[in-house]
Ligand binder design. Structure first.
Ligand code: CO8
Length: 297
């Protein structure tokens, strides 16, 4: 079993078409994000015999997707992608009861336009890298997974969720007074279909596991203590399929969705910065953060 931190050499795998120019995702991110990591937010355990890595998000209290987190995530995923011995990744959480609370709201409140730009590029990069991965990607959802957390899970090939009615999963953006970008929408449509996605998005629904299964947002539920072992089992089933055929199939299914963001990256960033900078949106996000605190009492 090998494990590593976030620093290593990067090179493009060439397995999947890269999404932009000759520089890979991590290099592009590092060119805008050079701050040192204060600590490791994602633990990677790579079982070389099985060719499977477990990426365990460990950024308490809620694994929120901050700029540092996203940068580390992309770098780690790129490293696995570039390692020909790694054929599958299980994405899970090492933070009790939370898969991921989604985007770090504090990155979107009271910051400069330059910061919002840098942050949104990192969010895009996370999704492009994960959705475009040639590896088998499996989400072992062992906690709540709202908004960006749900996006991450939906970007994997298969989702196993802990059958705990306290957990919720969904794109709840409208409940924060914000609007899920088109590629969040594309991802949920690709997962649950148009009608369920529309209802889900308009109402900002967070589904308990049983409803998430019914609507197709997750593929199976298992008792909480079985999430990791079941993920390992499912991974070996997927890895039994001839890799090249599976990768080409995945690529052909996902390419149009990926291409849409790649073609509109800059305007998507501009839209985000314009939208998030509005006073009304800033107030909505601030009062949402307040409501989280009050709910706790
Ligand atoms: N970002 C930043 N901080 C957060 C977030 C977050 N997403 N979620 C929780 N926190 C903070 C809380 O404020 C709290 O901080 P503090 O201790 O300083 O008061 C701490 O984390 C712990 O939170 P809780 O006490 O609420 O923890 P619980 O275990 O009770 O609940 C939950 C965990 C269920 C995850 C709960 O915190 C929650 O519901 N969080 C909000 C999740 C959410 O709504 N996320 C949406 C983020 S937006 C997004 O991902 C997509 C945006 C797309 C942008 C489109 C714009 C155009």
């Amino acid at each position: 079993m090998a494990s590593w931190g976030p620093r290593f050499l990067l090179r493009s795998s060439g397995l999947f078409p890269r999404t932009q120019g000759s520089r890979n995702a991590a290099q592009r991110l590092l060119s805008v994000q050079r701050r040192p990591f204060s600590d490791t937010k994602i633990l990677v355990e790579f079982d070389e015999n099985k060719g499977v890595a477990v990426m365990k998000m460990k950024s308490p209290p809620v694994n929120s997707l901050s700029l540092d987190f996203l940068t580390e995530f992309v770098i780690n995923l790129e490293k696995l992608e570039n390692d020909k011995g790694c054929r599958g990744v299980i994405l899970t959480s090492g933070t009790p009861h939370i898969f991921s609370a989604g985007l770090d709201i504090m990155e979107m409140v009271g910051k400069s336009e330059a910061h919002y730009t840098e942050f949104w590029k990192a969010v895009q990069e996370m999704w492009l890298t994960l959705y475009n991965s040639s590896m088998v990607t499996l989400a072992a959802i062992n906690g709540s997974s709202p908004a960006g957390g749900c996006l991450m899970a939906m970007s994997c090939d298969y989702r196993i969720m802990a059958d705990n009615p306290k957990y919720g999963i969904g794109l709840n953006e409208t409940q924060l007074g914000i609007v899920a970008p088109f590629w969040f929408k594309d991802t949920i449509v690709n997962t649950v279909g148009h009608r369920a996605a529309e209802r889900s998005l308009q109402l900002g629904l967070l589904y308990p596991p049983a409803e998430a299964l019914k609507v197709g947002m997750v593929d199976e539920l298992v008792p909480e203590e079985k999430v990791q072992s079941r993920a390992a089992e499912v991974m070996s089933q997927w890895l039994a399929i001839p890799g090249h055929a599976r990768q080409l199939t995945k690529s052909s299914m996902r390419k149009p969705t990926l291409d849409r963001l790649v073609a509109h990256r800059d305007s998507d960033i501009q839209n985000f910065v314009r939208f998030i900078s509005r006073d009304s949106i800033q107030r909505s996000l601030q009062s949402y953060m307040e409501s989280l605190k009050q709910r706790r009492g």
